[in-house]
Write a new protein. Structure first.
Length: 134
């Protein structure tokens, strides 16, 4: 069976605009430790985090379509504008995404931050994934 995180990663990697910016640098949280090393990757990347999941219900009970909150972080070691541009590409790729029994919608969370300790710029976005749990 697939997970909501795998669905989001696949959707991102299928998007040419995302591939141009990050290549295959899309990972499930936490960030790989080599990303923090002084000689670590300096290219932008995406990190996917499973936040919560609830079962969909109808009057007859569980419908087999969970709704999962997924957080996607656009991460840059170069600049806030690079993280913002990558975040915009993520939103364009995922909002209103439909494929078979899968639907991805933009959630309410969307914020940016800089972490001095890690020297990283981040744009964090939330998406809701509704999918058939097979």
């Amino acid at each position: 069976p697939q997970t909501a995180s795998e669905i989001v990663i696949r959707a991102l990697l299928e998007t040419p605009a995302i591939k141009v910016i990050v290549g295959d640098r899309v990972t499930v949280a936490p960030l790989p430790t080599e990303y923090y090393a002084p000689s670590g990757p300096s290219d932008p990347m995406l990190m996917v985090l499973h936040k919560s999941e609830s079962e969909g219900y109808t009057l007859s009970g569980a419908d087999g379509y969970p709704v999962t909150a997924i957080e996607v972080e656009a991460i840059s070691q170069h600049s806030a504008s690079e993280a913002e541009r990558l975040g915009k590409a993520v939103i364009t790729a995922l909002k209103d995404y439909r494929k078979g029994d899968i639907r991805i919608m933009k959630g309410t969370g969307d914020n940016s931050e800089y972490n001095d300790e890690e020297a990283l710029w981040r744009r964090t976005m939330e998406f809701m994934v509704r999918w058939h749990d097979t």
